[in-house]
Design a protein around this ligand. Structure first.
Ligand code: GLU
Length: 453
């Protein structure tokens, strides 16, 4: 068995465009990119679009869009499997000619009956190989099956799970080419991994059981095996169930709409199954490349924790230069001009966990608050504030000073004074009160207070 030991590092991500790209695929892409960059290797994008019924051009576009948003650029590709069908057919013919594969004419009903019989007799199901000895070759359609060699141990090194060993006698003959003449994943994938000289196959744990099949196919074709595999743990919901697309809408481009920064998303995805071995949690891409190591990826499932993502996003928001923060906020605030957004950015930076929070905190600028009842104490404090503010220079610091003096001279608490002002001017949550006021034109702010009084 040949391997690619000591060849240049080449990795790939191979999504199927059968649904919008989700958190799991994005993390697979990231781990591949980090490994490649760290090792000075190359990252390829392959599109596994051989499932005619389920692949769509739209989902393929989502893959490009998602990776681009995250800044996970590929060095080669995209290689589209649908454009390589002749190649897979030639390889299938080669395997049949060499006796490593055979035509199977069994109908879905016959196969279902075999499976049911196995279930009844409580033995694990394996295809009976009826077509190996006695094929009904007059039938119009067939698939091509791999002839799994008997009595073999299929062994390989997985950089996360360690030494792996599978017994070929437990594996039924897998289909390589479907009746529509398209290759299956377990056939096209190992061919491409070999011909594109992929040195390390880094992918989701759900593919671990496919690996022995793929390695047997590679061996039968006389190709070199990858140097190693790395099967990264599943992503679980907080209740440790599998992350379901329905209950946990986790499409990667949706996070952009929810106000997450791509650098925060990358930071969070890196921590889904990997940790640096220290308490540090905030990383930029360059630091991740420096620190990432597949041997520190855990075997157990990684919990997707939205709270933690929010926290990491807030930390990245606070690290942005103000002009950059304003530019990132602008698409979320189409109601406001660039100048207002720039003035608002410093007031928001400490309070936001997502850019959408910024929108919520500023919505008072274009929506007048609904009137609300004032108790006598609040009325007195609001009236006093209005009178002081009418004489105050309209900028955050003078406003802050004026309110502070008023508060001290009357012996009011901060909340006692600020709450009625905020209710009158903004209605609900808004930036610190001196910013909340200064962001409105002075006459508009005073008018709102008067209306409330
Ligand atoms: N098309 C497969 C998937 O989307 C690729 C798995 C692999 O990386 O081999 O899961």
């Amino acid at each position: 068995m040949a391997t690619m030991a000591d060849r240049p590092v080449r990795v790939r991500m191979a999504p199927s465009p059968t649904g919008p790209i989700h958190v799991g695929s994005a993390r697979t892409a990231l781990f591949n990119v980090l490994f490649a960059r760290r090792q000075g290797g190359r990252f390829l994008l392959r599109i596994d679009d051989t499932d005619l019924e389920r692949s769509t051009a739209e989902d393929e576009r989502y893959i490009y869009e998602g990776l681009e948003w995250l800044g996970l650029n590929w060095d080669e590709g995209p290689v589209r499997q649908s454009e390589r069908l002749d190649l897979y057919r030639e390889q299938a013919a080669r395997l049949v000619a060499a006796g490593h594969a055979y035509r199977c004419y069994c109908t879905p009903e016959e196969l279902a009956a075999e499976r049911e019989a196995a279930q009844r007799e409580k033995r694990p199901y394996k295809y009976s190989r009826r077509c190996l000895t006695d094929p009904p070759s007059h039938r119009p359609t067939h698939v091509i099956r791999f002839l799994v060699p008997a009595g073999q141990k299929i062994e390989f090194e997985d950089l996360i799970r360690g030494h792996m060993s599978f017994d070929s006698d437990l594996i039924g003959d897998p289909v390589l080419v479907k009746s529509d003449a398209y290759p299956t994943y377990n056939f096209a994938s190992p061919i491409d991994d070999a011909l594109l000289e992929i040195s390390h196959v880094i992918r989701g744990e759900e593919h671990l059981s496919n690996t022995p099949v793929q390695l047997m196919v590679v061996d039968a074709l006389g190709y070199a095996r990858p140097q190693a595999t790395a099967h990264i743990p599943l992503i679980l919901a907080p209740d440790r169930t599998k992350l379901s697309k329905r209950r946990h809408p986790a499409l990667i481009t949706q996070f952009r709409e929810w106000g997450y920064l791509p650098e925060a998303m990358v930071n969070y995805l890196a921590l889904l199954g990997w940790n640096p071995g220290t308490e540090e949690e905030i990383f930029g891409m360059a630091q991740l490349v420096e620190r990432f190591d597949l041997s520190r990826v855990q075997q157990g499932g990684a919990i997707f924790d939205r709270e933690k993502l929010d926290w990491i996003n807030g930390e990245h928001i606070r690290r942005l230069p103000l002009a950059e923060l304003a530019a990132r906020l602008q698409p979320f605030l189409p109601e406001l001009g660039g100048e207002v957004v720039e003035r608002a950015a410093p007031a928001l930076q400490e309070r936001m966990r997502t850019l959408v929070d910024g929108r919520k905190l500023l919505s008072y600028l274009w929506t007048e608050p609904a009137p609300s009842e004032l108790d006598p104490g609040s009325r007195e404090r609001l009236q006093a504030a209005r009178d002081v503010l009418a004489e105050t220079e309209w900028a955050p610091e003078p406003i802050e000073r004026a309110l502070e003096q008023l508060r001290e001279s009357r012996g009011w608490s901060r909340t006692q004074l600020i709450k009625p002002i905020r209710t009158a001017v903004a209605g609900s949550d808004s930036p610190p009160i001196h910013h909340t006021l200064a962001l409105l034109p002075k006459d508009a702010a005073l008018a709102r207070m008067e209306r409330a009084l």
